[in-house]
Design a protein around this ligand. Sequence first.
Ligand SMILES: Nc1ncnc2c1ncn2[C@@H]1O[C@H](COP(=O)(O)OP(=O)(O)O)[C@@H](O)[C@H]1O
Ligand SMILES: [Mg+2]
Length: 255
Amino acid sequence: MYVIALSHGKGGVAKTTTVISLGTALTEHMKRVLLIDLDPQAGMSPLLGLGMPDPQWSIAQVFYDSASIGRVIRHTDVLGLDIVPSSHELSMAEQYLPLHRNYQYQLRRILREVEPIYDFVLLDCPPFLGAVTLNAIVAAHMLIIPTLPEMLSIAGMQHMREWVNHAKIDNNPYLIYRILITMYDKRNRSHIEITEKLRQRLGEELFETVIGVDNKVRESQILGKPVLVHAKKSRASLQYRALAQEVLNYVERKP
Ligand SMILES: Nc1ncnc2c1ncn2[C@@H]1O[C@H](COP(=O)(O)OP(=O)(O)O)[C@@H](O)[C@H]1O
Ligand SMILES: [Mg+2]
């Protein structure tokens, strides 16, 4: 089982979109995938056509009441794609978790239960760097930081890298991280220039795949379907498939 966290200290950088799209693309390779919504806004379930989740059955119960994670897993319409919903109650985790010793390892312990069931677990982090995000980073093998090719978003990404390097040294020395450019607009000069500069500076740390702006993403979300299902051949779908291939090449590479 390979665990990927998606995190950025800001909202609106396509974290949730990437979790759903990358997860769906991995199921096309017959991988069994679990998506875990760790954002107290709980926005992932409706995007998968499941409506607003019942707050009694969310990742919050697993954190607070030691409920089994198996009890809160739900299937989606995509074969091989399951989800653990979030709920508003998770916002208390920032105060609650640090009261416990070794709290940063809690999610890693929780995930042991599903180790035999899934090939990939994708963690959708909240848009701030706190106790929940730390849990995700400690539990993950890979961290993907999605960022827009815009200065504010890049600054947030840099901040995240520093924060992660700190967390990594203390708790998860083998974590690797990758930057993903999202909502790239090829008609925008500054997007082109910023992406070019990032590529020179970050080299391998930056995914070769870039996710462009595509209206099919919003359209599919309104319908509660992954873009890869709603618009199979859309630009975003092809790009997310290329991203999945890059991830698989990395994960399945022979040592
Ligand atoms: N490739 C894309 N093209 C167009 N719109 C996108 C794309 N990716 C995401 N969006 C839109 O941008 C907004 C933020 O995306 P979201 O995944 O919710 O970000 P986050 O989880 O980081 O807050 C959503 O309205 C989503 O529909
Ligand atoms: Mg989100």
